[in-house]
Design a protein around this ligand. Structure first.
Ligand code: PLP
Length: 337
């Protein structure tokens, strides 16, 4: 099967596995796993932030960030397609007791003016606006990237109103590579950043939460409370170290392959529209000959897996485990549909 359902499906490469096997281990709840400590320090250093916290998933790093920034009764401002709202099981409410102010943006991106308008005045009737959360790249927005100046404008609004700013950076390296940015730019403007090692970077498991030393100290306590304190998990952290050292630049290959899939799809009558392809995600609007589900089925019969996100939208996600041969087969299959 050629699997475009998500960039989470990658398997560790032989070199990554060898690196994982050689990792020194210890008990991380005691703070004694050298590989986890090294990953946390390395990731924090890359972004110019003080400290990092290794977690089993991006859902956990996002939810820990929200828990650490807020108190029950506070409100979190985010775009309506945000992963933290759509795909984390209602955790903002159940873990943190917060309400959510949803904004309708453009392909997952919001603006400083929208954030400013969403912040409540100090009024007993209103929840306390406490945190703004951005996603870059935006998953449901088809891998859309923010312009950094838009992020800076949002940061100014958040800061001048006493709100924290969190980044769901599950695919931040896709944005950084696409826009030719420096991770340290992000470390300067965000109070906390969640990055995923298990998406395009190709590690089997893991995310890192970044922030100031006091913030991460607090988040570390909540990680234990949430059941995320792992013991000799350094082999997983080693996969992350290997991925940061070897798999960032190559994300450009995934982006180039995504453009080839876009071009093949655009030639078909049943493809009405494709969201602008910026990174490794292609979302196509299908209509006429196939519904999204029927299109998915037709590809599956040719050993190609994609996801129907809605009755009309289909998503392809490029990643480390899609070879050039597999891409060529996919392009040939699309041509014949
Ligand atoms: C995948 C993803 C996450 C984290 O997902 P986990 O499966 O919990 O690691 C968070 N945010 C976005 C935008 C994602 O795509």
């Amino acid at each position: 099967m050629i699997d475009y359902r998500s960039d989470t499906v990658t398997l560790p490469t032989p070199a990554m596995l060898a690196y994982m096997q050689a990792a020194p281990l210890g008990d991380d709840v005691f703070g004694e796993d050298p590989s986890i400590n090294a990953l946390e320090a390395k990731t924090a250093g890359l972004f110019g932030m003080e400290a990092g916290l290794f977690c089993p998933s991006g859902t956990m790093t996002n939810q820990l960030a929200i828990k650490t920034h807020t108190q029950a009764g506070d409100e979190v401002i985010c775009e309506e397609l945000s992963h933290i709202y759509q795909y984390e099981g209602g955790g903002i409410a159940s873990n943190s007791g917060c309400s959510v102010k949803l904004l309708r943006g453009s392909r997952g991106r919001i603006t400083a003016d929208q954030v400013l308008a969403a912040i409540h005045p100090d009024d007993v009737h209103k929840p306390i606006s406490k945190l703004v959360s951005l996603e870059n790249t935006c998953n449901r927005g088809g891998g859309a990237c923010y312009d950094f100046s838009a992020i800076e404008a949002i940061q100014k609004v958040a800061k001048s109103n006493g709100l924290g700013l969190h980044l769901d950076g599950a695919r931040i390296f896709n944005a950084i590579v696409h826009k030719n940015e420096d991770p340290k730019q992000y470390g300067k403007v965000f109070d906390s950043i969640s990055i995923c090692l298990s998406k395009g970077l190709g590690a089997p498991v893991g995310s890192v939460l970044l922030g100031s030393a006091p913030f991460i100290k607090k988040a570390r306590r909540w990680r234990k409370v949430f059941g995320g304190g792992m013991r000799q998990a350094g082999s997983l952290a080693a996969a992350g170290i290997y991925a940061l050292d070897n798999h960032i630049e190559r994300l450009k290959e995934d982006h180039a392959k995504a453009l080839e899939i876009r071009d093949a799809l655009l030639k078909k009558d049943f493809v009405k529209e494709i969201f602008e392809v910026e990174t490794n995600i292609v979302i196509a609007h299908i209509e006429g000959k196939y519904s999204a589900k029927e299109f998915t089925q037709a590809l599956k019969e040719k050993n190609i897996l994609v996801i129907a996100m809605t009755p009309t939208l289909v998503r392809f996600v490029l990643h480390l485990d899609i070879s050039s041969e597999q891409l060529a087969m996919t392009l040939g299959t699309i041509e014949k549909l």
